[in-house]
Ligand binder design. Structure first.
Ligand code: FUB
Length: 306
């Protein structure tokens, strides 16, 4: 199903604006953005919040994908996969991330496991960013408490995948405890041990990206801290640090305690995608994805974004 989201976009174009009005993708409630820039388009993946207005928990069965070639006009590219794409999962399409490797698109996602108590990370693959995606291994890549770091059922959520220029892929994930591991070139197996990175006040939503600062590769590890959450970040010279705390990028939302960011560049501009709850009827379990443009400071740090 392709649907153009044009009403707000047309008025913004008339105003000469470079970005669609927030929040995006009305009337759908969406959360946990993940972004892939590919072939002149931005593909934004989000979980769909389906909770009723008085809901007391997340109700999320599927991921949606939207795309744009100009950050103004967004196309609804439909449902590339559902939690039940993973036959071993009970459901719950929580946060995800995506990367392209060897002509295929690899989608790492949080789901609740059907037989191992708690949440798990699965990996799905497709020939197209808009899917359909299929389970790439037929079992969870990460299951709850593989590292025995916490006694909570949701410490293995929120994967972010990063493919470095040397061909090494990395997976970071976690709630309360931030974990990371190398991925094999197959993209369907961890390569070596799971490491724990102590980050003060870390809650969830790790996201890794890289850019050059004064000619040097700089890795940015952003994440949610505290609850209600705000977005903070570290920088370092490699995917494993050493990490320097750099402060807060975005403040707490008033209407929802989660925020879940993704940071990306498109057509020479820098953006942060996140979720708030600003659609009518929105709330903690009825969130909406939004995007803000920002400029890195000359020293590579990210300014606080209002
Ligand atoms: O959307 C469900 C969970 O809420 C995500 O996994 C977290 O990052 C938080 O946004």
């Amino acid at each position: 199903m392709l649907k153009k989201i044009t009403a707000a976009a047309l008025s913004l174009l008339a105003l000469g604006a470079a970005q669609a009005a927030n929040p995006l993708f009305a009337p759908l409630y969406t959360a946990d953005p993940a972004v892939l820039v590919e072939g002149g388009r931005v593909y934004l993946f989000a979980g769909r919040d389906e909770a009723l207005p008085a809901g007391k928990d997340f109700v999320m069965h599927e991921w949606r994908v939207f795309s744009s070639c100009d950050m103004v006009n967004w196309r609804d590219d439909g449902v590339p996969l559902k939690a039940r794409t993973f036959a071993w999962a009970k459901g719950r399409a929580w946060a995800s991330d995506i990367v392209k490797r060897d002509g295929k698109y690899w989608f790492y996602s949080t789901v609740e496991h059907a037989t191992v108590p708690g949440f798990a990370v699965g990996v799905a693959v497709s020939d197209s960013p808009t899917g359909p995606f299929v389970d790439a291994r037929g079992s969870a890549l990460v299951t709850n408490d593989m590292t025995q770091q916490t006694d909570i059922a949701w410490d293995d959520i929120d994967p972010t995948v990063f493919l470095d220029d040397d061909g090494q892929a990395w997976l970071y994930w976690g709630n309360t405890v931030l974990k990371y591991a190398k991925l094999k070139a197959s993209m369907t197996e961890l390569d070596g041990p799971i490491h724990v990175l102590p980050v003060k006040d870390f809650v969830e939503a790790p996201y890794l990206h890289k850019r050059k600062v004064e000619g040097k590769s700089t890795y940015y590890l952003s994440y949610s801290e505290f609850f209600p959450e705000q977005t903070a970040y570290l920088t370092g010279p490699s995917p494993t640090g050493p990490w320097t705390p750099r402060g807060v990028i975005m403040a707490k939302n008033l209407k929802t305690p989660t925020i879940h960011q993704a940071i990306f560049d498109f057509n020479g501009r820098s953006y942060i995608a996140y979720h708030n709850a600003e659609l009518p009827g929105g709330g903690e379990y009825r969130r909406s994805v939004a995007i803000e443009e920002f400029s890195y400071r000359p020293d590579g740090t990210i300014p606080f974004i209002e």
